[in-house]
Design a protein around this ligand. Structure first.
Ligand SMILES: C[S@@+](CC[C@H](N)C(=O)[O-])C[C@H]1O[C@@H](n2cnc3c(N)ncnc32)[C@H](O)[C@@H]1O
Length: 336
């Protein structure tokens, strides 16, 4: 989601809340994992149902303030951990009766509004973009990586057509001055060959840098793999995405484990129940016109979900190979 100017008393809208609840059915009780707690919109709604428990994660320690309030209200049913969801396997949850795991990817408006986080091109000063528990910042990436690596980040994570010229101009500028947020926005604006008057010139490059700094691709892939390992049979895994790269990964993971891949017509087709997931809806669920009119940033949200058919902790998936080129680009950050 890109930044919008919002006032402090802005209402927090959990995106696709009704739809998430109807998919994970907390009215039947059970333990749920809210992998992206944020302001707690989903967690609070689940906890309204008796016999539910919620384990909530967020990599941003700022979320803890909201989590503390919920913990006070539901001391026996709610627990918060400041943890990246790729590390779900550290929590030793295999024997818990996990009925639903939810991801609402991206950033909350509170984070986008926070000038210290520098997530938006509207922020002034030092480049940052770290959501929490990061290894390096956008400042490190832009001021230290070489031209080829910056170009790859802008091209593959932002689909930025002018990645080559932007990265060339970044290196040139940096010979004389350390690059801050305003400098980067100016460099991008000057480099763009075609101006688009509807979308800010820096939108794609900033999206690319946020993905890189927060390793969002590896986070998502390992988050998905580790979450299905701990989900119980008949449990639901639901993911809300906000950009096409995230949606592509989720769609591939869900489809590849819920479709009969037998290529031989001589082999009998596997029973649907033998497949790892059932996918009740092939098309993603999207916000209603009313939700979009009340909360503009929800317009790009897509909800996909699957139901686990098997009582197993093992999973066979080629998702790491499928997206290895993107993971390699994220790993360029290891030198920073
Ligand atoms: C769009 S907000 C979630 C909003 C939440 N559903 C609500 O209703 O308040 C996304 C949240 O996920 C967190 N987040 C993003 N990536 C994460 C990761 N890899 N591990 C843990 N938390 C993450 C962000 O810090 C942010 O607070």
């Amino acid at each position: 989601m890109e930044a919008t100017i919002v006032s402090d008393d802005v209402k927090h809208y959990p995106v696709l809340l009704k739809e998430i609840i109807s998919v994970i059915t907390p009215q039947h009780g059970g333990t749920f994992i809210d992998c992206t707690f944020g302001q707690g919109g989903y967690s609070k709604e689940i906890l309204k149902h008796k016999n539910t428990k919620v384990l909530a994660l967020d990599r941003d320690i700022e979320s803890k303030k909201k989590a503390d309030q919920i913990e006070e209200k539901y001391p026996d049913r709610f627990l918060f951990k400041n943890l990246k969801f790729s590390k779900l396997n550290n929590l030793k949850l295999k024997n818990e009766n996990i009925k639903g795991i939810i991801f609402d990817l991206g950033y909350s408006l509170t984070q986008i509004k926070d000038p210290k986080k520098g997530l938006s091109f509207n922020s002034l000063g030092e480049l940052n973009m770290m959501m929490g528990l990061n290894e390096f910042s956008a400042n490190d990436a832009i001021n230290k990586l070489n031209k080829e690596d910056i170009e790859k980040i802008l091209k593959f994570f932002g689909d930025e057509k002018d990645a080559k010229i932007i990265s060339k101009n970044i290196i040139k500028f940096r010979e004389n001055k350390h690059i801050n947020t305003e400098d980067l926005v100016n460099i991008i604006e000057r480099s763009k060959r075609k101006k688009n008057f509807k979308v800010h010139s820096a939108t794609k490059s900033f999206q690319a840098l946020r993905i890189f700094v927060n390793k969002e691709i590896s986070e998502l892939i390992y988050g998905l793999i580790n979450s299905v390992k701990i989900l119980k049979k008949d449990g639901v895994l639901a993911v809300v995405t906000f950009h096409s790269l995230e949606d592509k990964i989720v769609k591939y993971f869900f489809k590849s484990l819920s479709e009969n891949k037998s290529v031989s017509r001589y082999k009998p087709k596997v029973d649907q129940k033998e497949l790892f997931f059932s996918m009740p809806q092939k098309k993603p669920i999207t916000p209603t016109d009313q939700e979009i009119s009340e909360n503009q940033p929800s317009r790009s949200a897509k909800l996909r979900y699957v139901i686990k058919n098997k009582e197993t902790y093992e999973i066979e998936t080629d998702i790491l190979d499928k997206f290895s080129n993107l993971i390699e680009i994220e790993n360029l950050g290891s030198i920073l």
